[in-house]
Design a protein around this ligand. Structure first.
Ligand SMILES: [Zn+2]
Length: 360
């Protein structure tokens, strides 16, 4: 069994439709009542949207129910599912803490409340029943005031045990008027020792080269290989990794065909730019990480060697994976040791014993 690392998953989009439906039935009959059958709810929740903006609207539905009280319920189920169905060993979960605070409060009070949210998410993630190393990424938001975004960065510095990085989300078309402000916040974050990622070069409207150097990983970034391949060299030189989330581009209308991603992978591999394959919103898409992998293989976007390189890159670029290697190398080491013992007993050469050719 392989174990995987997931670097780009939103808390809001991580709830699978069945779990959300059960929650609505128990706690929000006003919402579940709008859908006579589960299948109608699933259809509404997972259907593709025309634009990124329309798609992001759906997040607000989930955000509205992921309150302080309900967060542990959703997080427990999220990690249980990630462990059992996705073989995740490592998960970076991202969200905007401000949007989980009660919206009837004044801005200042909501800012105050954010720390509680980080603690609730942190405590709910630290369990050993389904062991997945989990850290939070706090998202600034392109439609929240600068004061809130700055408070989010401050908050990230205060919880190193729970928070591994900052991000900016909310639709990359909205950064245009606030670019200096965002660059200032990223610069500040880096000076405070925070790790950085950001939704950038996701859509054609979201390409801002000035922001690019401030990111250690690039949330999506697919427009770089697609439309600005001349930037790939500097991306490779900076050791930046692209977080590619294949299903998203079909759900948001950014790409019409998943096979368009072949250019993304081919150009990045050629330029020496790492890619981590991620889900973005596994629940909203109803597509878990192993199926993202499988889809790319069956659509001939990548081959098994490329897939493996991306899976290794995910652990390498993880902000808080505590080891030098990915978990499967522990098992490989064990197998090597066992095979060495056998080879010695049989008088065989170990290299011959483990070569794929010896398996026929
Ligand atoms: Zn995202």
């Amino acid at each position: 069994m392989s174990l995987y690392a997931e670097l780009h998953r939103h808390l809001g989009g991580s709830v699978v439709p069945r779990i959300l439906w059960r929650y609505f039935q128990r706690n929000r009959p006003d919402i579940s009542g709008q859908f006579p059958q589960y299948s109608e709810f699933e259809q509404f929740y997972t259907q593709p949207r025309k634009t990124l903006a329309e798609y992001l609207e759906l997040h607000t539905l989930v955000e509205s129910v992921q309150t302080q009280e309900a967060l542990p319920y959703f997080i427990y189920r999220l990690i249980r599912g990630a462990y059992v169905f996705e073989n995740l060993a490592y998960l970076e979960l991202r969200y905007t803490p401000y949007l989980r605070t009660p919206d009837h409060l004044e801005m200042h009070d909501r800012i105050e409340k954010m720390a509680e949210i980080v603690e609730i998410v942190g405590r709910a993630s630290q369990q050993t029943e389904y062991p997945v190393v989990t850290r939070q990424i706090l998202c600034m938001h392109s439609r929240l005031p600068a004061e809130v975004n700055r408070a989010i960065v401050e908050l990230a510095t205060q919880y190193p045990q729970y928070v591994c990085a900052i991000d900016v989300a909310g639709g990359d078309a909205h950064y245009r008027d606030r670019l200096d402000e965002l660059i200032g916040l990223y610069d500040y974050a880096q000076r405070r020792g925070l790790k950085t990622t950001g939704h950038l070069y996701e859509t054609e409207e979201g390409c801002y080269p000035d922001l690019l150097p401030y990111l250690m990983r690039i949330g999506h970034g697919i427009q770089i290989p697609l439309r600005y391949p001349e930037l790939l060299k500097e991306v490779a030189d900076r050791g930046q990794c692209l977080e590619v989330c294949p299903t998203t581009y079909l759900k948001t209308g950014t790409l019409q065909d998943i096979r368009a991603l072949k250019t993304v992978f081919d150009r990045c591999f050629e330029a020496g730019v790492d890619i981590a394959i991620c889900t973005d919103n596994a629940g909203l898409h109803n597509v878990r990480l192993p199926f993202e992998y499988e889809n790319l293989l069956t659509q001939d976007v990548i081959g098994f060697d490329g897939l493996r390189a991306c899976q290794e890159a995910a652990f390498r670029h993880a902000f808080a994976w505590p080891h030098d290697c990915q978990p499967s190398s522990v098992i490989t080491d064990m197998l090597h040791r066992q095979l060495s013992v056998w080879a010695e007993e049989e008088g065989d050469d170990l290299e011959t014993l483990i070569s794929p050719a010896s398996l026929g």
